[in-house]
Design a protein around this ligand. Structure first.
Ligand code: NFA
Length: 98
């Protein structure tokens, strides 16, 4: 008949954003209580979970604070490093693609 149309192939349209781990590194100087505070304030961890992550980093050298989209992960790293610097602690965070 007269009807024409563009043939489209049904395809799953949405794709998940790339996700990034925020990693925290151990050092010899940052107080344990400051690290716990950072995990509560910026990563929404309760006291027990924050303490567990802090002790993991302390013993193993590195640990995951959380997993976020790139922009959120970058913002967390900046916030942590700014607060650490303000308090003269050498605490370091970094990002790793999942
Ligand atoms: N290792 C630090 C200390 O003994 C504590 C710490 C834990 C630092 C996790 C950085 C990350 N005071």
């Amino acid at each position: 008949g007269p009807t024409t149309g563009v043939v489209v192939k049904p395809r799953p349209k949405t794709k998940k954003p790339a996700m990034y781990k925020v990693l925290m590194l151990n050092d010899d100087y940052t107080p344990m209580e400051f690290v716990v505070h950072v995990l509560e304030r910026f990563f929404q961890k309760n006291r027990d979970e924050a303490t567990r992550i802090m002790m993991h980093v302390h013993r193993r050298g590195v640990g995951v604070c959380g997993v976020y989209t790139y922009e959120v992960a970058e913002t967390k790293v900046t916030q942590v490093m700014d607060l650490a610097r303000q308090n003269q602690h050498p605490l370091q965070c970094t990002i790793e693609k999942e």
